[in-house]
Each structure stands twice: as structure tokens, then as C-alpha cells.
Design a protein around this ligand. Structure first.
Ligand SMILES: Cc1cc2nc3c(=O)[nH]c(=O)nc-3n(C[C@H](O)[C@H](O)[C@H](O)COP(=O)(O)O)c2cc1C
Length: 182
């Protein structure tokens, strides 16, 4: 059975390493017959959560005029969520983190999500996989808390310049991971 997959990207660099990683996954997942939406959080105006706890009280997920409201409708349709991101300061980039923070709205409004599975695609300059541990742990704790089953992680070390990732096997691995989703 095909899935509705939402790919959230975290980098502002078009054609950058994590963007290519996302595209490779998307290509594989589409070939396998899934419906895939790629959402570039860095192009959006998603502000940090203010903890006003008024989520969904005025019809939209966030009571402020915030692009999270368009994202929230995509999140509510998704069966799988994919995070495709660079490592920023051992963690998620602020643009993507702001979007993740606003998942709080579903929790406040007790709205159940259909998401059952998740994937992590992450890259960074550091040559040690241990430097990605903070982000990976956050991803795993969120997944565990929301009952999402981890369907795969691709951690790409030692990529920094825009097309560095092409020199690795990560794009092939991401495409294969996408292809295996059904
Ligand atoms: C603000 C900022 C913070 C970064 N912090 C880290 C870091 O903590 N560890 C690391 O390995 N790379 C770090 N990097 C490098 C990026 O993760 C790396 O260049 C990555 O390949 C960029 O992916 P992109 O092309 O998808 O933007 C940082 C880059 C920026 C711009």
C-alpha cells in the first residue's frame, strides 16, 4: 500500500547537500508509488512557538498568521514524515526546529496524527558520526513520544561545500531507502 509522505527540509541552500538527499529520497519514494510532498521550511515564515496554548482555538493550528498553518494541513494528511536536514550547531537548523516546535499544537488540541513512521536524513561537515548524536537523539525521542516508528536514518559526515554529497554514496542510499517505502 502506498503512503502519503511529507518531507520537511531544513536547509536554506537550494541544491545543497541535504536538499539533494531529500530529492534522492523523494525520487525513490515516488518510483515506489508513494505520494510525496517536499516542504522547504527555510522558505517559510514559521516563527518560534510562544506557548500561548491557543492552538486550533480560531480554526487554524496557530492563532498567529504563520506558515505553520499551511504546513499543519500537510502534517494532518501525512502517514510518514521525513526530516532532511543539515546539522547546525550539533542540532536542527532554527527554521526546521521552529516547525517541529509547532507540532505542539496537535498535542494541545488533542488532534491525532496519522503519521506512523519517520525517517532522518542528515548531513554535516564533521567527520565524526558522534557529533550528530544530539540531533539523532532528539529525532528518536520525538519519534518515540509521538509513536512514530523509525523507518531509517542516513547520517552523512564530511560534507560541507554545496555538492560534496555527490562524491559520496549517500544519494544512492537515500534513493534506495525511499524506494523501499510502500
Ligand atoms: C549555521 C551553521 C551551523 C553549522 N553547524 C555545524 C555543526 O555543528 N556540525 C557540522 O558538522 N557541520 C555544521 N555546519 C555545516 C553544515 O552542516 C554542512 O555544510 C552541510 O553540508 C550543509 O548542508 P546543506 O548543503 O544542505 O545546507 C554548519 C553550517 C552552518 C551554516
Amino acid at each position: 500500500m502506498s503512503k502519503n509522505i511529507l518531507v520537511l527540509t531544513g536547509s536554506p541552500r537550494k541544491g545543497g547537500n541535504s536538499d539533494l538527499l531529500a530529492d534522492a529520497f523523494v525520487a525513490g519514494a515516488k518510483r515506489a508509488g508513494n505520494t510525496v510532498t517536499k516542504y522547504t521550511t527555510a522558505d517559510k515564515n514559521i516563527k518560534g512557538c510562544t506557548a500561548c496554548n491557543a492552538c486550533f482555538s480560531k480554526g487554524t493550528a496557530c492563532v498567529f498568521h504563520d506558515d505553520f498553518n499551511e504546513l499543519a494541513t500537510l502534517v494532518e494528511k501525512a502517514e510518514m514524515i521525513v526530516f532532511a536536514t543539515p546539522l547546525y550547531w550539533f542540532s536542527f537548523p532554527a527554521q526546521l526546529k521552529a516547525a517541529i516546535d509547532k507540532f505542539y499544537s496537535f498535542f494541545v488540541a488533542k488532534r491525532e496524527l496519522k503519521i506512523a513512521q519517520c525517517v532522518l536524513l542528515v548531513c554535516g561537515e564533521d567527520d565524526k558520526e558522534s557529533s550528530f548524536a544530539g540531533l539523532v537523539k532528539s529525532y528518536e525521542l520525538v519519534a518515540n513520544y509521538l509513536n512514530w516508528k523509525d523507518a531509517g536514518q542516513i547520517i552523512v559526515t564530511s560534507v560541507n561545500e554545496k555538492s560534496d554529497i555527490i562524491k559520496t554514496d549517500a544519494l544512492q542510499r537515500a534513493e534506495k531507502l525511499g524506494e523501499g517505502i510502500s
